[in-house]
Design a binder for this molecule. Structure first.
Ligand SMILES: [Zn+2]
Ligand SMILES: [Zn+2]
Length: 161
C-alpha cells in the first residue's frame, strides 16, 4: 500500500477554495453564484455566499422567469455579496477578523473591497476575475485593495492537484 505522502495532502489554500466553490453552489441568485471563506492561519472564521438577506427573497424562486431586479450596474439589487455575508456573520458573532485571509470565487467588487479594507483583512485570494465577468476594463476592487496595502492574488492550484 502506498503511504500517504506529503505531496498528495491538499494544501489549506486548496481546501478553503474548494469550500468557497461548494458554497457558491448554495446561492439562489440567478445572476451569479459566489462563495467566500474567511480564514485565519489554518482555521475558518466564517463563510458566506451571495444572496438577499435571510428571510427576504430567494431570487430563483421568486423571479424564475425574469430574474431578480437589477441595479443601475446590472447586478442583483437584492443580494448581499458573498464577502459581505462572510464578514457580517463574523462581526455579528464577535469574531476578530483583523489580519484574516479571505478566499472568494470571484474577485471583490469595489464596494466589497472598501469593506474588506475597512475590516483590516490582510489578504484576499480570488478564483475568477470580476472584470472579465462584468466585461469591464479594470479590476477595480483588486486595484483598490492593492493600492492600500491589502495583499491580493489570483488562486493558482498547487502543482499536481
Ligand atoms: Zn439575485
Ligand atoms: Zn462585492
Amino acid at each position: 500500500m502506498t503511504p500517504l505522502t506529503a505531496d498528495i495532502r491538499p494544501e489549506f489554500a486548496e481546501i478553503f477554495m474548494d469550500l468557497a466553490k461548494n458554497l457558491a453552489k448554495r446561492s439562489h441568485c440567478i445572476k451569479a453564484q459566489v462563495g467566500a471563506v474567511l480564514t485565519k492561519d489554518t482555521r475558518i472564521i466564517s463563510i458566506g455566499y451571495n444572496g438577499p438577506p435571510a428571510g427576504t427573497h430567494n431570487c430563483d424562486e421568486e423571479f424564475p422567469e425574469v430574474g431578480c431586479p437589477r441595479d443601475a450596474k446590472g447586478s442583483c439589487s437584492l443580494a448581499l455579496h458573498a464577502e459581505q455575508n462572510a464578514i457580517l456573520f463574523a462581526v455579528k458573532n464577535g469574531s476578530n477578523i483583523e489580519g484574516s485571509t479571505l478566499y472568494v470565487t470571484l474577485a471583490p467588487c469595489i464596494a466589497c473591497a472598501r469593506v474588506i479594507y475597512t475590516m483590516k483583512i490582510k489578504r484576499v485570494i480570488f478564483l475568477h476575475s470580476y472584470a472579465a465577468y462584468k466585461g469591464i476594463a479594470v479590476e477595480e476592487g483588486v486595484e483598490f485593495l492593492k493600492r492600500f496595502g491589502v495583499e491580493v492574488e489570483q488562486y493558482a492550484p498547487a502543482e499536481g492537484s
